[in-house]
Design a binder for this molecule. Sequence first.
Ligand SMILES: [Zn+2]
Length: 104
Amino acid sequence: KSCYDTLFLSSTSSPHATLTWKTWAPLSVKFFMWLALQDRCWTSERLARHGLPHSPACVLCDQAPESMQHLLIGWPFSRTVWHDIFSKLRLTVWQEGVQVADGG
Ligand SMILES: [Zn+2]
């Protein structure tokens, strides 16, 4: 048991681990979430950080530098998807977060 515990001495736990790994999503989606939450996807921003060839602007919209935040939140298509999801859930998105919409 002590040998097994030693394997995890230098490991760190992620606050998003449960959200990422304990969901019904397919493994490929879980893996993408895990990479995205750690900002480890190969976006242009990350390629630039590693000194690798990259596009100066997002190849999808050419409106902003390509980063995980842009792809998941700022890209016009993803904003539309989030809007549709929150609308179905009857939630309103504010700059600071999400608020339950007044259903009327
Ligand atoms: Zn874009």
